[in-house]
Design a protein around this ligand. Structure first.
Ligand SMILES: [Mn+2]
Length: 289
């Protein structure tokens, strides 16, 4: 089975736009070229950022609209997809696209693997960077330009969402998730119980009341030893070997509709360690039967 890859080569919502170069570095990586040659992956498209608007959220909306349409089209064609970012604002497009294709069948679940909560609104963000806001947008909070991509409605219900690996956050975003009663597995709990165990529990949680679920992976969830090439590294993260072992157990789940891997910044990589982590993760995702 072939997995269709969509590159979202934009870093304009990040602290550093260099994450926009991640997808093309991944695409040219020897491990990816092998997967492509073996027919395990096929690049569906590589999207570039828009710059025509003065407002950043308007430009990000245009890109997310495009991405959402591609994702929806692949799902309607019964194809499996993996979005390769770019900064994490692409998640607004990816999961809005899944919503578009699936909402008449039922609700969507989402597992958000990340060192951060990405749940700021324009009112709570200290940095103003939109890559810190995509999860709030999917829940229906934030810039109206970004909460209404393809459909003017929240894309994910709080009870169908899980975060895994959080170890750095601000009060404003934490209180939003708390108020919504979202399940958050802090990194402390992941270390104590093991990533695989927590992931299995998260799958059960997001599958309970949904027709399907997705997984979005910010590589900054990994420990900086395995992923130094990110804009906002946070020590004490998930080790690559544990991430791969955990994913191995869920990639053949029929309810897993698609995946996303984001925030690789090649300009900060050391000895291509992060590039290898990205391609190892993607290889595991696409190695399904
Ligand atoms: Mn993120």
């Amino acid at each position: 089975m072939t997995t269709y890859l969509i590159g979202c080569a934009s870093g304009i919502a990040g602290a550093d736009a260099h994450s926009g170069e991640g997808p093309s570095v991944v695409r040219e990586s020897p491990a990816m070229l092998t997967l492509e040659k073996n027919g395990k992956v096929q690049w569906h498209t590589m999207l570039s950022p828009f710059t025509s608007h003065k407002r950043k959220d308007e430009n990000i909306r245009l890109l997310c609209l495009q991405l959402a349409k591609h994702v929806s089209e692949l799902i309607r064609g019964k194809k499996s997809f993996c979005v390769v970012g770019g900064d994490h604002s692409c998640a607004i497009g990816t999961w809005s696209g899944v919503y578009d294709a699936m909402h008449d069948k039922g609700d969507l679940g989402l597992i958000w693997i990340d060192a951060h909560m990405d749940s700021h609104t324009p009112e709570t963000t200290p940095s103003g960077n939109i890559h810190g806001m995509p999860l709030a947008c999917l829940l229906g909070f934030g810039y109206p330009t970004l909460t209404t991509v393809l459909h003017d409605t929240p894309k994910i219900k709080p009870e169908n969402l899980c975060l895994i690996g959080v170890r750095s956050f601000e009060e404003g975003e934490a209180s939003l998730l708390k108020r919504l009663n979202v399940k958050v597995y802090m990194m402390e709990e992941v270390l104590a119980r093991g990533f695989g165990t927590v992931l299995q529990e998260a799958v059960a949680h997001v599958s309970k009341n949904t027709v399907s679920y997705g997984v979005t992976i910010d590589v900054d969830a990994l420990d900086p030893q395995d992923a130094p090439g990110v804009d906002v590294p946070e020590p004490g993260g998930i080790r690559l070997i544990d991430m791969i072992a955990g994913l191995k157990k869920i990639v053949n789940d029929k309810k897993l509709i698609g995946t996303e891997v984001v925030e690789f910044d090649p300009s900060r990589d050391k000895d291509r360690v992060t590039e290898k982590s990205m391609t190892d993760i993607i290889a595991e995702i696409v190695m399904k039967s």
